[in-house]
Design a protein around this ligand. Structure first.
Ligand code: ATP
Length: 598
């Protein structure tokens, strides 16, 4: 099943589902800090509610003192109690802010990022061909802080606001049951606004992620070092700038629309808040005039009214606003965690059995037509096979299948007897090494650039030097410890030197099956043939697969596989293939002149 078909039915999550899924993940990321955060929130909520009760007692005792029913000392005691409650409340508030932002947030962000990394390691590599997945991954990576902020808000809603409203609600109910309406008048419009906010921003996040990715790419093409030479010399700056500008306009248009809708909503919320406060104040006034509540109660609840509505405003305007913005990122994180992992049994491959593809077909995610169609091929132990064919013939895809990186859509691939669809990546890839077209230029030392392929063994300088030597790497002025990156205060090396470093990296890894998928495409045919000759010598006794467009390199192999449109159209030795009419003979004719001087 292709990843696209898994992802096109993207699961929709409701707020409650998101909360139920993300809270345990958040708690697991920093259990003690989540507990402390919630305890502080409960204390904070209680202290807010306590200040209302303390205010009531203070006003009541002052009212009593005015008519001679209470003394000066009692007034001072209640004043001190109110001051202590207010001070305590400020202290708890400060500690909670520090703990949430300064401790819980960075700690959880680190742990959640770690979780993303672990997940990415377990995901089937073919998933990276799926743009939906790349979107989710991007957003999840960007959103780790947002996830913790989201959870902190959920904690606050339950432990702070929840406690506050329960205590205040009970207090109001005991004063006069009808006063409980005050909470509902503050709560219902705010909750409705919140629901709409969530919808608007979740939708915006879904729509804007691909656009943001596009913008980032165009910006990269304009500003990044690896692009600037080409974009400047080709005058492509204007092209990318135009694309960036157009995409940015669409993106900002969508953002503006969302902001406009929420601003309108906010205005309506403000009006209902005002009406709610007025209705509550009237109920309060009426209860005081009819003698149901004391003046102290009136004053305390009247003061609390502003607080209740202000807290609701805070929940909706500030917190829910952030929550709405973050929910999309949380959903992406959940989607990422929900992606199926590439599981499989553990097993030991025996490369003496060779590598075999049997009736293999493969379709990329999102593509309707297969890139590899019913291919069968066997590489015997110690045999070198070259794959040759036009661009898009399916050479690289076949390599990815025969190395077990991708699993076939149909048919089976056996590496040293292990079925790649059944066995785990680590079992299948254990004794395989490779150098690919888009090899990496790691911003690390020369030594690390080579030894990275086998971190299990301690970097062996002699082995590295010998392999670099064999690949023809010119290391006259370069030390193994030299950093290969001007950005990190090191040096840069030529493209040809980088290619040799990449090949050395592939060879450094202990392997019984090695692949060379045209890392040399940028260099001339003669030089490529020289490198491939060195490679063939170094890979002697191992099974090897080399991909090339060039006959000079292909003829070094024991057998040559000719591919066209995802199929194997011919197979044989160089001599056999040039002796019969076909694509290979034509290519040989066209390319022979390249090698005449060699
Ligand atoms: P080249 O010589 O240009 O590297 P190739 O022979 O290695 O080409 P592949 O890269 O294997 O060919 O591509 C085979 C087919 O699969 C092509 O039609 C290509 O468009 C398609 N293809 C390759 N990569 C992807 C991808 N990531 N998503 C969708 N289709 C892809």
């Amino acid at each position: 099943m292709s990843t696209r078909s898994m992802n096109t039915k993207r699961t929709k999550y409701h707020l409650l589902q998101v909360i139920v899924r993300i809270i345990p993940i958040q708690i697991k990321s920093a259990p003690w800090n989540c507990l402390i955060e919630n305890c502080l929130a409960v204390m904070n909520g209680l202290s807010f509610a306590l200040s209302v009760v303390a205010t009531q007692y203070l006003f009541d005792v002052i009212a009593d003192a005015a008519v001679g029913k209470a003394g000066y000392r009692e007034c001072v005691i209640h004043l001190v109690i109110l001051a202590a409650v207010t001070f305590g409340q400020q202290m708890i508030n400060g500690i909670q802010n520090f703990h949430g932002i300064g401790v819980l947030l960075p700690k959880s962000a680190g742990r959640l990022t770690e979780r993303i990394h672990k997940k990415v390691m377990c995901i089937d590599p073919v998933t990276f061909e799926d743009t939906d997945f790349l979107d989710d991954l991007n957003k999840a990576k960007e959103g780790v802080r947002a996830i913790t902020m989201f959870c902190m808000l959920v904690f606050a809603c339950v432990s702070f606001y929840g406690i506050y409203f329960i205590v205040i609600g009970t207090y109001l109910f005991r004063l006069k049951p009808l006063l409980i309406l005050t909470l509902l008048l503050a709560f219902i419009p705010a909750m409705l606004a919140q629901t709409v906010h969530i919808r608007i921003f979740a939708h915006l996040e879904e729509e804007s992620a691909p656009l943001r990715r596009e913008c980032d790419y165009y910006q990269k093409a304009i500003c990044d070092r690896e692009y600037f030479k080409e974009t400047r010399i080709l005058g492509a700056y204007q092209f990318f700038y135009q694309l960036f500008d157009d995409t940015m306009k669409v993106l900002t248009g969508k953002m503006w629309k969302a902001e406009y809708k929420t601003a309108l909503l906010q205005l309506m919320l403000d009006c209902t808040t005002f009406a709610g406060m007025a209705a509550s104040a009237y109920m309060l006034f009426h209860a005081t005039m009819s003698g149901e509540i004391t003046v102290g109660m009136f004053a305390a609840v009247f003061a609390a009214l502003t607080q209740i509505f202000a807290i609701m405003q805070e929940v909706v305007r500030q917190h829910m606003g952030n929550m709405n913005r973050d929910i999309g990122k949380v959903v992406n994180f959940i989607r990422l965690l929900d992606l199926p992992e590439r599981a499989g049994e553990e097993g030991a491959s025996d490369l003496a059995k060779g590598i075999a593809a049997e009736n293999v077909s493969f379709c990329y995610p999102g593509r309707d037509t297969p890139s590899i169609k019913n291919v069968s091929l066997k590489i015997a132990a110690g045999e070198t096979i070259a794959i040759i064919g036009e661009n898009g013939a399916g050479k690289s895809t076949l390599v990815r299948l025969m190395t077990g990186i991708y699993r076939p859509t149909e048919g089976i691939v056996l590496i040293g007897g292990l079925d790649t669809a059944r066995y785990s990546s680590s079992s299948v890839l254990k004794e395989i090494s490779g150098v690919f077209q888009k090899y990496q230029r790691y911003k690390m030392s020369l030594k690390e650039n080579v030894a990275i392929s086998d971190f299990a063994i301690e970097a062996d300088s002699d082995k590295i030097l010998s392999i670099l030597n064999d690949t023809g790497f010119e290391k006259d002025n370069i030390q193994l410890e030299d950093m290969l990156s001007p950005e990190y205060g090191g040096i840069d090396i030529s493209g040809g030197q980088w290619q040799r470093v990449a090949i050395a990296r592939g060879l450094y890894r202990e392997n019984g099956f090695i692949v060379l998928d045209e890392p040399t495409s940028a260099i001339d045919p003669i030089e490529e043939t020289k490198i491939y000759k060195q490679f063939a010598r170094l890979a002697e006794g191992k099974s090897a697969l080399i991909v090339t467009h060039r006959i000079g390199s292909a003829k070094l192999a024991d057998r040559i596989v000719v591919m066209d449109a995802g199929r194997i159209v011919d197979i044989g030795t160089h001599e056999e293939l040039i002796a019969r009419p076909g694509q290979y003979a034509k290519m040989w004719e066209a390319q022979a002149q390249w090698y005449e001087r060699a």
